[in-house]
Design a protein around this ligand. Structure first.
Ligand code: PRT
Ligand code: MG
Length: 217
């Protein structure tokens, strides 16, 4: 019997940037998830299927073995904690930076001295808490699920911790990036049990992904 493989991916930038990796491994999706409403998508191999989940849910599906492997941003993995996941490869895709940003006219230098207190809105509470703790700045953390850029504009927070890639969203909303927390890219995450039990089918795919990642890094 052939070993079944399930791959967890999110729509949007990760899916797009994953296509060349899948292609190198000889895997073609039967449908485009941007156009289809299907959550389970077949491939040109009967034993390989893709499941389409929210970016933040990828580590959870892989951790519990509902998917054998998946692709998730370092931001998502840091917040998840990485339990039950083997992370063999930095794929060098969906690159961006985790930054602190504030309103253009906000005096961040002064407001972020050790001992100060800041209201920080973020989808990334762990990353934000750790960053400000390392600076000795106290924060009141406001958890948001999206559109963080709005928070300083309407007085919900003094600062945000969010991803920046081109910087256009910050600029369009009169915000400025004031601190770089870390560089972010997406990683391959593999279920630890699957890596042992399905090694013979997983390893060639990991090798193909590694080949593409090496060329783009
Ligand atoms: O969108 P949804 O709420 O469904 O989920 P998601 O936002 O988690 O998924 P998605 O597909 O938007 O992002 C998936 C992954 O892509 C993230 O986990 C990151 O690792 C990575 N990535 C790379 C980014 C960006 N670049 C990025 N620019 N994720 C989000 N952004 C957002 C950012 O939050 C900000 O709102 O884009 C905006 C800034 O972009 P610029 O180009 O204007 O600076
Ligand atoms: Mg998004």
């Amino acid at each position: 019997m052939t070993t079944q493989l399930t791959i967890a991916l999110s729509k949007g930038r990760i899916f797009e940037e994953t296509l060349p990796l899948l292609s190198e491994a000889g895997i073609e999706a039967a449908e485009n998830p941007e156009q289809s409403r299907k959550l389970i998508i077949g491939t040109n191999h009967d034993h390989i299927r893709l499941i389409i989940v929210r970016a933040t849910d990828v580590p959870t599906y892989v951790q519990y073995g509902a998917a054998d492997f998946g692709i998730a941003g370092k931001d998502v993995l840091t917040e998840h904690g990485g339990e039950g996941l083997y992370q063999p490869l930095d794929l060098q895709i969906a690159k961006c930076r985790m930054m602190v940003a504030v309103a253009e006219d906000f005096d961040y230098e002064r407001a972020s001295q050790p001992g100060c207190r800041l209201r920080v809105a973020s989808k990334y509470p762990h990353i934000a808490a750790e960053h400000f703790a390392s600076k000795g700045v106290h924060i009141d953390l406001i958890k948001l699920y999206g559109s963080m850029e709005l928070a300083p504009l309407v007085g919900l927070s003094d600062a945000i911790v969010d991803l920046v890639s081109s910087g256009n969203t910050l600029k369009a909303n009169h915000l400025k990036a004031v601190e770089h927390i870390s560089d972010i890219s997406s990683r391959l995450v593999v279920n630890k049990a699957a890596l042992k039990l399905k090694y013979h089918v997983l390893q060639p795919i990991i090798d193909a992904f590694a080949k593409v990642a090496r060329c783009t890094s």
